[in-house]
Design a protein around this ligand. Structure first.
Ligand SMILES: *Cc1c(COP(=O)(O)O)cnc(C)c1O
Length: 231
């Protein structure tokens, strides 16, 4: 298992480097978030040993469990899936970044949790770039007003935006959706309050992370490609 994982991590890192180079970017500007939702603690540990130190989970309870079982390791945990408000407190305590903030109510809960724990919480705003009704996230049209509403939430630091390409989107659509997220980041940067920094773009998964890097992704969330060929 260790050998296969090391091979997979190296292959993904190579693809990241090549996509960065194609678009005149530095590979070190793109962070690989290893999405471990498919695998157990032992395999997650092996992935860390293979060199992947930023990990993503989409279910809060699993993130809490894994992060507490792996406290001996030097890893950063990212919450990448839908978060309910009653799970905010523990999630804030165990994560370095919450990618999936999709409502003002949720942001206000995170603000409360940050205040209580005396922590400045780094978050991304999830944007529904495909317009698919099943997708979470703010609509592109409301970004400016959402960003304005975040100004008083002083336990939050919004470091960027996140999206998922539409399930039914073809290659062209995917590229257009990623371009839209980058344009939203750039167009809102000038007028954003101090706690909204807008520098990170979390976009791209196994099927489309290279396109995402070409469109400016700084965080790619890759799961299945890392676990290919196991078992
Ligand atoms: C599962 C998941 C990923 C990774 O998907 P793969 O196709 O396995 O790479 C990325 N982002 C989110 C939000 C996910 O839930």
């Amino acid at each position: 298992m260790e050998e296969q994982l090391a091979e997979n991590v190296a292959a993904v890192q190579q693809q990241i480097a090549e996509a960065a180079k194609r678009s005149g970017r530095d590979a070190s500007d793109v962070c690989l978030v290893g999405v471990t939702k498919y695998v157990d603690v032992a395999t997650t540990r092996a992935l860390v040993a293979a060199g992947c130190r930023t990990l993503g989970e989409n279910r809060p309870q699993v993130l809490w469990e894994k992060s507490s079982e792996m406290q001996d390791l030097d890893v950063r945990w990212h919450m990448i899936g839908h978060l309910q408000r009653n799970k905010v407190k523990r999630t804030v305590e165990s994560t370095a970044l919450i990618h999936s903030c999709d409502s003002l109510r949720l942001l206000k809960s995170i603000q409360e949790a940050g205040l209580q724990s005396g922590k400045l919480v780094d978050v991304l705003l999830e944007v529904n770039v495909s317009g698919e009704v099943a997708k979470h996230g703010f609509s592109p049209d409301e970004m400016a007003s959402v960003i304005e509403a975040i100004e008083p939430l002083n336990s939050l630091r919004v470091t960027g935006l996140m999206c998922m390409a539409g399930l039914g989107s073809g290659q062209q659509d995917v590229r257009r959706e990623f371009d839209l997220l980058r344009e939203l980041l750039e167009s809102n940067r000038g007028s954003a309050p101090p706690n909204v920094e807008l520098r990170e773009l979390s976009m791209g998964m196994s099927r489309d992370f290279e396109v995402a890097i070409e469109a400016g992704a700084t965080l790619v969330r890759v799961g299945s490609s890392l676990f290919r060929g196991l078992r």
